[in-house]
Design a protein around this ligand. Structure first.
Ligand code: HEM
Length: 292
């Protein structure tokens, strides 16, 4: 069993995120088997929400819903869905058509509730101009961070994806003096150098992966999105469990020390979901952990 290949690949030029809910009283088994055979793990990555496991009366170790964080300011919405598809490629029209095919395939059991298109901006930059993904673990360290291992057949090779759509207020951001913009991230924008004197609220201080106990490494594949006049970042992070991401999110929202991430000056999440990405083999995605 290997991970769905895209998880360990650099971000593509374009990606489309599709979110599905289960139709009332639907039995998802036939649709899931068809979808597992149709997803190659590279152009189409499949993520399963906890509701699917519950409906099938199975327990996938580590799979849970997106957390409620009632004390977080600003609010961190949980918008958990039953399925997530991450479609990747170099041509957005092809992704739309691929999505429609997969949507039709599973239509007896699942209904699409949200679609978000995202794209690579320059050399993997956020729309604010800051390079995103610099501190991602690489090679063996990426596998160690993002892929479940030693947990048994069906789980080994899988990954746990956190998906959040963040909406930027680019006018507020543009109005900040440059030094404050850098302080929000804790990096100098053009050189991407870390600031020696970054404030505790700086995003890279909040999320410094080696500063957690246990260390909280994830592999991020975030990409900007835009729709009409709105724009922001589709945050996407893969872990060997959801724990590292959740620890980072809690620290960003002041749960550890009362200090909120300075990114909240100009951006906030609109959605949030957790999805388990099963392993794959030559026949497609392996759903044995769901009893399929
Ligand atoms: C709109 C929201 C966000 C933006 C614009 C953003 C952008 C960035 C940028 C520019 C960096 C510095 C370069 C890098 O190492 O990639 C960074 C680092 C990082 N971000 Fe975010 N990020 C956002 C949300 C999040 C969220 C929600 C999490 C996790 C809950 C997160 C986790 C991390 C981690 C782990 C690092 C690396 C920290 C380190 O070890 O140095 N980010 N982010």
């Amino acid at each position: 069993m290997t991970p769905q290949a895209a998880i360990l690949q650099p971000i593509p030029d374009h990606a489309r995120h599709l979110f599905f809910d289960l139709k009332p009283a639907a039995d998802p088994r036939v649709a899931l088997r068809a979808l597992a055979a149709a997803c190659d793990g590279l152009t189409a990555v499949l993520g399963i929400g906890v509701r699917v496991a519950e409906t099938l009366r199975t327990d996938v170790a580590g799979l849970r819903g997106f957390p409620e964080l009632p004390d977080a300011r600003p609010a961190i919405p949980a918008t958990q869905h039953a399925l997530w598809l991450w479609l990747r490629g170099d041509e957005p029209g092809d992704l739309l058509l691929l999505g429609r095919q997969l949507q039709t395939l599973i239509a007896p059991a699942f209904t699409v509730v949200q679609a978000i298109d995202s794209f690579r901006h320059r050399d993997s930059r956020d729309l604010t101009g800051y390079e995103d993904g610099t501190e991602n673990p690489k090679d063996a360290a990426a596998v160690e961070a993002a892929i479940a291992q030693g947990l048994g057949a069906g789980i080994d090779g899988s990954s746990f994806a956190a998906v959040q759509q963040w909406l930027h207020d680019l006018s507020t951001y543009d109005a900040l003096p440059r030094v404050e913009q850098d302080n929000c991230f804790g990096r100098e924008r053009d050189s991407n150098e870390e600031l020696d004197d970054a404030p505790e609220s700086a995003h890279v201080k909040r999320t410094a992966q080696e500063d957690f106990e246990p260390e909280a490494f994830v592999v991020r594949r975030s990409m900007p999105w835009m729709a009409g006049a709105d724009a922001g970042l589709m945050c996407l992070a893969f872990g060997k469990s959801f724990d590292a991401y959740e620890a980072q999110l809690r620290r960003m929202t002041g749960h550890d020390d009362g200090i909120s991430d300075a990114l909240f000056t100009f951006t906030r999440p609109l959605t949030g979901g957790y999805y388990w990405c099963p392993p794959q083999d030559a026949a497609g995605i392996d759903l044995q952990a769901l009893g399929l």
